[in-house]
Design a protein around this ligand. Structure first.
Ligand code: NAD
Length: 264
């Protein structure tokens, strides 16, 4: 079993939501964190509040879609703390729309999900994760670190209408642990570097709370536990996947009993 105490977590999307909750969880157990986010204000505020609690925190403004930013982030973690033990590329966005908007009366297509709307989600949720993971794992290999790459998939990975862009990236997050575990195995690294993913349902973070209240109400009605999943519940699972070295190459759902997939 790995210990969180004195271990180093690199967390993108660390200025908000699940990423921030993970950083706070890590610090509360004696770990150190490098938090990265594109939103500088929330990032610095989060870091300041964590430092007031006595935590060892490095904050890095980083756009995960920019290769040089991800390289700098990984190098900064090594320069600051000498190791990377947990890579949590949690920066992500939604940008929902049906692929085609069809007019009910005429039956004709009156709108389309734009290429920009599709690509922006892919750039951040997929390419951004690839870059973050590649750069951090390079440092882990070169510095002999032991630990976990923990991706964040979603129940959307099973196919949610209106989320062709988002669901596609989250399905990719569910296969990456298998690909990377196989690659680490082939290179003799898999006894010290593992990859898993968590796949949450609806979590009470700004991403979900900013939804239309009526839509959100209808969603919560479908959740057997009768509420949103708390960010702390997701990060507790991340921590268990980190501690338990028998967990490798797997994606674990956490959704309060939500029935999975979209109807239709
Ligand atoms: N909230 C949910 O219900 C839920 C469910 C399943 C999966 N997830 C996933 O969990 C992760 C975190 O989501 P959250 O709910 O905490 O969202 P959030 O909106 O609270 O936080 C996401 C953070 O990512 C940052 N970010 C966005 N683009 C970035 C970029 N290009 N570079 C760096 N940072 C960037 C944002 O500034 C923000 O601080 C996401 O990958 C999301 O898809 C969330």
């Amino acid at each position: 079993m790995l210990q969180i105490e004195n271990s180093v977590a690199v967390i993108t999307g660390g200025g908000s939501g699940i990423g921030r909750a993970l950083a706070e969880f890590w610090l509360a157990r004696g770990g150190k964190v490098v938090i990265a986010d594109i939103a500088e204000g929330p990032l610095q505020q989060a870091a300041e509040e964590m430092r007031q609690g006595g935590g060892e925190v490095v904050a890095e403004v980083c756009n995960v879609t920019v290769e040089a930013d991800c390289q700098r982030l990984a190098e900064k973690a090594i320069a600051a703390f000498g190791a990377i033990n947990l890579v949590a590329p949690f920066a992500g966005i939604t940008s929902d729309a049906m692929m085609l908007k069809v007019d009910r009366d005429s039956g004709k297509v009156v709108g389309k999900m734009s290429l920009t709307q599709f690509q922006k989600v892919v750039d951040i949720n997929l390419t951004g994760v690839f870059l973050t993971v590649r750069e951090c794992v390079e440092q882990m290999v070169n510095h002999g670190c032991r630990g976990l790459v923990c991706l964040v998939s979603s129940t959307g990975s099973l196919g949610t209408a209106g989320q062709l862009n988002y669901s596609s990236t989250k399905a990719a997050m569910a296969v990456m642990p298998k690909v990377l575990t196989a690659e680490f195995f082939r290179r003799g690294l898999s006894d010290r570097i593992r990859c898993n993913a968590v796949a949450p349902g609806y979590v009470g973070t700004p991403m979900v709370k900013n939804m239309d209240a009526k839509v959100l109400g209808k969603i919560v009605e479908q959740v057997p536990i009768g509420r949103l999943v708390e960010p702390e519940e997701v990060v507790s699972l991340v921590a268990e996947l980190y501690r338990n070295e028998a967990m490798a190459g797997e994606t674990v759902f956490i959704h309060g009993g939500l029935r999975l997939g979209s109807k239709g």
